[in-house]
Each structure stands twice: as C-alpha cells, then as structure tokens.
Write a protein that binds this ligand. Structure first.
Ligand code: NAP
Length: 300
C-alpha cells in the first residue's frame, strides 16, 4: 500500500477507512476487530473518526474492538475530530447545536476520545468544521498543550476554506498536516473554489470524505448522477474495471494532489475496490470526460 508522508514522523495509508457509519452496522466487537484486521492486512492502516460519530458512540465501539487486540494500536494511525456540539442522549448536558473550539472544549474532547479508544495518544486531531466564533489563540494553546503532553501527535483541519486555514495556521506553533474535505467526481466544490489548490500550494495531502458521494452516484436519479453513472460505466468497460466505484476512486487517486480517499463502507469487497483502484491509470481523456459529466458541460 502506498503511504503518504504528512510529517517527518507521520504517514497515512493512501486509502483510509472511515467509521462514521459504524453504529449503523450493528457489529459486535469481534466483527469490528475483524474489519480492522482486514483493513490492516490490505495496508489500510489509517482510521478516521470524530467524537460525534454515531451520536458520540463510534469511537467507543472502535476502542472496545481494539481492546481485544491492543497490539494493533502500533500498526494504525487514529484520526479523530472535535468542535461540533449537539444535544444527544450521550451528552444530555448539551442544550443546542453549535461549535466550540475553545481550549477547554478541545482538551476535554481529546480526553474523552483517549478514553473511548482506550489509548494514550491520538495520531492526528482535526478541528471538524471552521467555527465562526473561533478564537485562534485558544486553538493554538490547546494544540500546544496536547502536543507537549504527547496526547496528540499531529493536527489538522476539516472543511476549511483557504482564508480559514491560513488564518488559523498563522497562530499555530505546529504545522497543519491535512485538510479533510469533501471531494468526489460528483461533488466538485473544493476543486472549483481553490481549496484543493491550497493543498497543492502548501504540499499538504487532503483526506477526501464521501469519495463515492455517500452512494448517490450508484442510486440517485438526479440528472448529474445519471450523467456521471453513464460515463463511469463507459470508462469502467473501456478498462475492464470491476464496477464504477473503482473508477470513482481512481479519478481521485489519479489527481496530482495526493488525495487520500476515506472509504465509508464496512463491506470488505467494497474496501478492496478502493485498494485495487490504486493500480488504475485513467487517460486524460477519461479523467476529463468524467469531469465534464459531473459539470454538465465541457471545460471552456
Ligand atoms: P462514501 O464512500 O461516499 O459513501 C459510503 C456509502 O456509499 C455507504 O452507504 C455505502 O453503502 C455506499 N456504497 C458504497 N459502495 C456502493 C456501491 N457499490 N453501491 C451502492 N452503494 C455503495 O463515504 P461516506 O461514508 O459518506 O464517508 C466516508 C468517511 O468520510 C466517513 O466514514 C467519515 O470518516 C468521513 N466523513 C467526514 C466528514 C467531515 O465533515 N469531515 C463528513 C462525512 C464523512 P455500504 O455501507 O452498504 O457499502
């Protein structure tokens, strides 16, 4: 498995697995462990989480599985996020949906995550969303303390646009190692608005969430999905690929920005397709044909 170097002492597997949907799978700890081990066997060693996933339960479900085989901890990179607050049966004290990127909240959230994962360090902590009420000095101070105590090795952001990322960065004494953004052949916003260009400019590899557009490309009857599906099927048959998901992953992996797609499926054969896609080279004609299908017109 190709690795992407994010810092001198940190690399991610090019294909990442995401646990947003873990609570929906209704898996026992043994089943979660089996999935983790399958991923690691495929070279997928980076696992994406957030404190809020599954209404604040996914980190704990993962941690319970990891506790069955704690020696796996050293073989993986755990990414988690903080900063979104909403009421939940698991957080009854929370009254409303808002963001909180205060030092106190960030540190408390990391302490909870460490407990949930049953580990003593997080490989990379991301601020989940840009916060309109963010005090960057508070974030900088939280990051500084978490790094100094060894509780978090590296830091990044998610869903940040150029001005939000550069503003925060200007306060930090650590490098931001990634920006986790939505990118897929269906969802082009971060390609079109320069967010991906910023990653290239800063030599920061982005993590791509919902690389299959949450499954929409397979099932939706909206015009864009239908257009895209037709072209993806054509390209898949031209190169004998095993389904349009391989082409969707390859479209991201072929891009020069070193995009790291986060696979959201628990199905092994679907995870395998992302790994297989690393071997697929699309022609420039095919790459642009897919882009055109998504845009609904050709480039000027
Ligand atoms: P995705 O790969 O775009 O979507 C996964 C969905 O597509 C699942 O429901 C899956 O169903 C379905 N799917 C996959 N292959 C399919 C096929 N061949 N036919 C039909 N349906 C198919 O990714 P995602 O789950 O939305 O997101 C991936 C990860 O990104 C998450 O786990 C999370 O870690 C991260 N994320 C981050 C943010 C953020 O704000 N930072 C936001 C959203 C997600 P099955 O489960 O049945 O395979």
């Amino acid at each position: 498995m190709e690795r992407v170097c994010l810092a001198e002492d940190l690399s991610f597997s090019r294909i990442i697995h995401g646990f947003w949907r873990l609570a929906d799978w209704d898996y026992s700890s043994d089943q979660v462990l089996d999935l983790i081990e399958y991923c690691i066997e495929q070279g997928v060693t980076t696992f994406d989480h957030a404190d809020i996933y599954g209404g604040f339960v996914c980190e704990e479900l993962f941690g319970k599985a990891l506790a069955l085989k704690p020696e796996l901890r050293e073989k993986m990179e755990i990414v988690t996020k903080c900063g979104i607050v909403f009421p939940s049966p698991n957080r009854p004290e929370r009254k409303s949906h808002h963001y909180n990127t205060s030092k106190k909240h960030i540190i408390q959230s990391v302490e909870n995550s460490l407990k949930n994962f049953q580990t003593d360090y997080i490989d990379t902590l991301l601020i989940h969303r840009p916060d309109p009420f963010m005090d960057p000095e508070q974030v900088a101070s939280a990051f500084h303390e978490l790094k100094a105590t060894g509780k978090v090795r590296h830091f990044g952001v998610s869903n940040f646009k150029r001005h939000q990322l550069t503003m925060l960065e200007s306060y930090l004494d650590v490098e931001l190692v990634t920006n986790q953004i939505e990118i897929s052949a269906y969802e082009l916003e971060n390609i079109e608005d320069g967010t991906l260009n910023l990653c290239l400019e800063k030599r920061v590899a982005p993590m791509a969430w919902s690389p299959l557009a949450r499954g929409k490309v397979f099932t939706s009857e909206d015009e864009k999905a239908v257009r895209l599906r037709n072209v993806l099927e054509k390209v898949a048959s031209e190169i004998n690929a095993n389904g349009i998901d391989e082409i969707l992953y390859a479209w991201l992996l072929n891009h020069p920005a070193n995009i790291m797609p986060i696979v959201g499926s628990s199905k092994k054969e679907r995870i395998q397709k992302a790994v297989t896609a690393l071997q697929i080279e699309l022609s420039l004609d095919q790459w642009f044909e897919i882009l055109h299908a998504s845009m609904g017109h050709e480039v000027p």
